[in-house]
Design a protein around this ligand. Structure first.
Ligand code: NAD
Ligand code: ZN
Ligand code: ZN
Length: 346
C-alpha cells in the first residue's frame, strides 16, 4: 500500500510503498478514508536527530477516519464496513487515568512503548491503518469522514481545553483564541456553541482572521505588540476570563498572560516552546495556567455529538495521497486556511 512517511531527519515526507498490514489478534484493520494534517507533525519533523523521539521511518497521520476492513481474532462489538473515527492518544487501558477514559494521560504508555498512530506508531496517512484495540474506534454515525476527521485532534484538543474553563465563561465574559488555524477555527466554534462569551480571535494573517470572523469570532485582531492593549480595550480593561493559545511561542504566551483577567485561565496548547512564569506580579491575581494535551475518549464522543448537532463544521481542503508532501509544505508556509485532509483512496 501507499504510505506517507517521514524517513530521514530534516528531509521532506515521502510517499512510499510499504507492505499491506494484516490484523493480529485483537486488532482492527481500517481502510483509511481521510487523514488530517496537523502542525504538530511539522514540529516533529523539525526536531534534530539527538532529540528525535520516534523510530524512523514513521508513517505520519494522527487524525484518522475510515471503514473497518478486517477484524483480528477475538475482536467483538464492531463489524466490517463500520465507519469510524480513530481516537489517537491511545493508552494502556488499565491505569487510573485510562480507567477514566483519559488515555491521553495514560500513566504507563511511555513505559509500555505505546505511541499514538502517526506519532511513534504507523499512522493514518496510508491506504490502511492497523488499530490495536476496537475501543479506539468511535462510530461516525452519519458524519462525513472527510470533514469530521480533524475533530479527532483539531476538535478534541480545543474541546478538552475549553471544557475545563466553561464554569468561568459565563455571560458578559470574553474568551481569546490565539492562532485561528486548524485547532483555533474549531475552538471559536466550540466557544460559540458552549458559552455566551464574547470571542476575540488573534492571528498574524488576514485570511485566517477572515475565517475566524466567518466561523463566529465577534472580534478578529491582528496578533502583534498592540494586541494585548486592543484586547484590554475591548474588555473595558478587565481582560479575558479564558485565553487559548494555539501557537505557544514566547510572544504569544506573553500576550496570553497579559490579557488574562483576574482569576482567568490560560491554556497553552501550541507547542511553540514558550513559557509563562507564575508568581506575584507576573499575571493578574489567581490566573491559572495549564499546558493540556489532546483529550479523553469520552470527550471525543462529545465532540462528535456536537458535530452531529451542527454546532461545529471544520473547514477542510483535500489532497490525494501523492499530494501529501505538498499539503505539509502549504501548512508550513501558513497557506492552509482551516485543516488539510489527505484522502488515501482519492
Ligand atoms: P495551524 O498551522 O493550522 O494554525 C496555527 C495558526 O497560528 C495559523 O493560523 C497561524 O497563522 C497562526 N499564528 C502563527 N503565529 C502567530 C502569532 N504570533 N500570533 C497569532 N497567531 C499566529 O496549526 P494547528 O495544526 O492548528 O496547530 C496549532 C498548534 O497546536 C501547533 O503548535 C500544534 O503543534 C499544537 N497542537 C497541540 C496539541 C496538544 O495536545 N497540546 C494538539 C494538536 C496540536
Ligand atoms: Zn495534532
Ligand atoms: Zn493507561
Amino acid at each position: 500500500m501507499k504510505a506517507v512517511q517521514y524517513r530521514e531527519i530534516g528531509a521532506a515526507p515521502e510517499v512510499v510503498t510499504v507492505p499491506d498490514p494484516e490484523p493480529g489478534p485483537g486488532q482492527v484493520l481500517l481502510k483509511v478514508t481521510a487523514a488530517g494534517v496537523c502542525h504538530s507533525d511539522i514540529a516533529v519533523m523539525s526536531r534534530p536527530a539527538d532529540t528525535f523521539p520516534y523510530a524512523l521511518p514513521l508513517t505520519l497521520g494522527h487524525e484518522g477516519a475510515g471503514t473497518v476492513e478486517a477484524l483480528g481474532e477475538g475482536v467483538t462489538g464492531i463489524a466490517e464496513g463500520d465507519r469510524v473515527a480513530v481516537y489517537g492518544p491511545q493508552g494502556c487501558g488499565r491505569c487510573a487515568k485510562c480507567a477514566e477514559g483519559k488515555e491521553n494521560y495514560c500513566l504507563r504508555a511511555a513505559e509500555l512503548g505505546i505511541f499514538p498512530p502517526g506519532l511513534g506508531a504507523p499512522g493514518a496517512m496510508a491506504e490502511y491503518l492497523l488499530v490495536d484495540d476496537a475501543r479506539f474506534l468511535l462510530p461516525l454515525d452519519g458524519l462525513d469522514p472527510v470533514t469530521s476527521v480533524p475533530l479527532t485532534d483539531a476538535g478534541l484538543t480545543p474541546y478538552h481545553a475549553i471544557k475545563r474553563s466553561l464554569p468561568k465563561l459565563v455571560a458578559g465574559t470574553t474568551a481569546v483564541v490565539i492562532g485561528t488555524g486548524g485547532l483555533g477555527h474549531v475552538a471559536i466554534q466550540l466557544l460559540r456553541a458552549l458559552t455566551p462569551s464574547r470571542v476575540v480571535a488573534l492571528d498574524v494573517s488576514e485570511e485566517k482572521l477572515a475565517l475566524a470572523r466567518e466561523v463566529g469570532a465577534h472580534e478578529a485582531v491582528l496578533s502583534d505588540e498592540h494586541a494585548p492593549g486592543r484586547v484590554r480595550e475591548l474588555t473595558g480593561g478587565l481582560g479575558a476570563q479564558a485565553v487559548f493559545d494555539f501557537v505557544g511561542t514566547q510572544a504569544t504566551v506573553t500576550t496570553a498572560g497579559a490579557v488574562a483577567a483576574v482569576e482567568g485561565d490560560v491554556a497553552i496548547v501550541g507547542i511553540g516552546g514558550g513559557a509563562l512564569p507564575v508568581g506575584i506580579g507576573t499575571t493578574a491575581f489567581d490566573v491559572e495556567v495549564t499546558a493540556p494535551y489532546w483529550g479523553s475518549r469520552g470527550e471525543l464522543d462529545e465532540v462528535l455529538a456536537l458535530a452531529r448537532a451542527g454546532a461545529v463544521a471544520v473547514r477542510v481542503e483535500t489532497y490525494g495521497i501523492d499530494e501529501a508532501p505538498l499539503a505539509y509544505e502549504r501548512l508550513h508556509a501558513g497557506k492552509v486556511n482551516g485543516r488539510a485532509v489527505i484522502l488515501p483512496h482519492g
